[in-house]
Structure formats: structure tokens, C-alpha cells
Design a protein around this ligand. Sequence first.
Ligand SMILES: [Zn+2]
Length: 385
Amino acid sequence: MIKKGSFKNMKNLNMKNVLTLIKDHQGISRADIAKKVNLSRAAVTNIVNELLELKLVKEVRAGKSSGGRRPILLDLNPDGGYVIGLEWGISRLKAVLLNLEADILAEEEIIPIDNSLKEYTKKSFNLIDKFISTIKDEDKITGIAVGIHGLVDSQKGVSLFTPHFGWGRVEIEEIIAEKFDYPVFIDNDVRMMAEGEIWQGKKDFIFINTGSGVGAALVFNAKLHYGVNNAAGEFGHIKITDDGPICECGKKGCLETLIAEERILNKYYNKLNVDIKRSELSITQLLKDYKKGSIKAVETIQETSEYFSRGIADLVNLLNPEAVVIGGLFASYPEIFLDELKTSVSDKALDLAVENLNITTAHYGEYAGAVGAAEKVLNNFFAVD
Ligand SMILES: [Zn+2]
């Protein structure tokens, strides 16, 4: 009998290896699998039979034959499993349903009535139920993942600190697992976004999320780096200037105080001498003014890029990644920020550290947190140890 959550059927490492091989080499033969995983043909046949029974893979006929029968090849069955990803954002809750090939089958965005844990939990349960009801076989749910801001202990499944929600310690994994009998994963929202890039095949990179705050996820050899207290990646609190404004962390001159959305707008507002209320000023307006060549807007953007690139250059010198992936606010305006940043980082960092560096925007836009969360489940499902 197939138990809930195909994960439970994947304890066998050889089985997992074979499945991942089929995912990575769609249209592979049993003979080629045997060669690549170093198992006997009989063992491979048994494993493949089990995978076929679980409907995780499917048989396909090869297009061409070199005389005689056309060989039977194997493909991943995209509908062999489904994953659900949620992003518990500040005043926004996003959720997606993906199949095994990470095609987005459904996406939803809800504005919670308040920031309470009860509200986020209730709305999430409704969304998860709704997604599950669209699937013929609910046992095919492979896992559920939630990304949330702040400090998260993903091993224990606990949210430790949420500055914007003020919840204190919350056992999110347990709360969800009590209601839904599937594997549950939780992590910091930026790390979830980085999981999305790992799914896309990136291995050594820094993911930087920008907007109301500035956070980063560090990925080495396709694995997230957490630090001893799960606090690695607090990029927003790198000290950039001596005389900068006071940060929410209590210190002075943090990057976040110079490039977070509110701070950029405050700075621009202070430069302007026009009759406009601060509340009417938006990033869209600033960028419109920039494109028109308004000197104050150009100055504001250049200063922002300058500060941001100082932080990135330090990271690049230290870690020498293949890519710096930018998500959030700045990713929405690549035509303005990306070129400025590339030039500015190259000027500041060591030649060798930037020689093959790719500074780019996140693969997923608005739903990066929710899709990344869902792909964390997939990354785990297909992980080969
Ligand atoms: Zn700070």
C-alpha cells in the first residue's frame, strides 16, 4: 500500500538515486541507469518497477529504432507528486502548488487581516486544503514548506524571532504537521528563495533580497550555510559608513539603513524641494524622475548603488561565488540597478574575485519565496547523498 507522502517510500537510497538520475536524464534506458549507478540490471529492474508502481516515473518509447524493437525509456512522471510552498510575508501570504517538474499549477495571494499567528495559520490551512482538493490523489503530496522572515531554526522546524510579527518562538513545523500528515519544512524566506535558484542549477552563489529590509542567503556547493546560530547572511547589518543613520539593530551605518526602500525614499524626499507629501512619494516616482534625468533622482540612485556595491564587493572578495543573485525591489528594475551594480562591484572587488562573476536577478519574480519553498521540498526529495 502506498502511504501518504511519497517521501516515506523513498527511504531506500538506491531508489532515490535512480529516481534522481531519471529526472536529470529524461529518456534514459534501464541499461544506462545500471551503468551509472553501478547496480545490477536485475536490481535496477526491481527499483524501476517500484517507481512505476508509485507512478513517479513513466515508460516512453524511443523515437528512433536501429532496427528491431524500439527501446523502452524512462521519464519522470510530472504528476507523480506535488509540493506546496508558502511564503508568510509581511502583510502578504503567498502559496503555490507545483508538480514534480516544478511546473506551477496554482498560485494564490492573500492579504491577512492582521499579523497574528492564528490568522496566518488559518489562511494557510485553507489554501493547503484548497490545493489538495484539486489533486486526484492526495497521497501524492510530497511535502509542504513555509518561508518566513527573521531567524529560523530549520532543523528543528522552529521560527525563533520575527521582528515584523513579534511572535517569539513558534513551532511552525509542528503546527502544520499536526493538521497535515506530510513532511513539513520551514526556513527563512530568503533561504527559501535561494532554494529556488538551487533547483535552477546554481551551486555557489549569494542570494540578496532587497526591499523593506536587506537579507542574504549563502550557498556553497548547492547547500545553504546557516552559521552556528542560524544567523548567517545578515547582510543588511554590514557596516558601510561611520556616520550613517541608526539601524533597527541599534548600530550605526548598516547597509539596510542606506538601501532599504523606506530609507531611499526618505533620502530622496529630503533632497526634493517640491510640494509633495512624503506619503505620496514612491519608488515608481523616483525611477520615473531618474529616467527623465532629474539630478536629485540620479544622485539618489547612484548613492544607493554605491552603498549596495560596497557590501557586495566585500562579500565577493570573501566568498568568490559564481553568482550574486538579486531579488526583491532591485530585481524589479534591472534596467536601472543591474548595470550600475556590475560596474561598481567590478571597480571595488579584486579582479580574480569578479573574473567569472555573474550578477543577475532572481529566476522567479513575485512568487520567489513561495516557489522557492516548494522547490526546497523538491531539492530534498531528489537530493542524492
Ligand atoms: Zn543594523
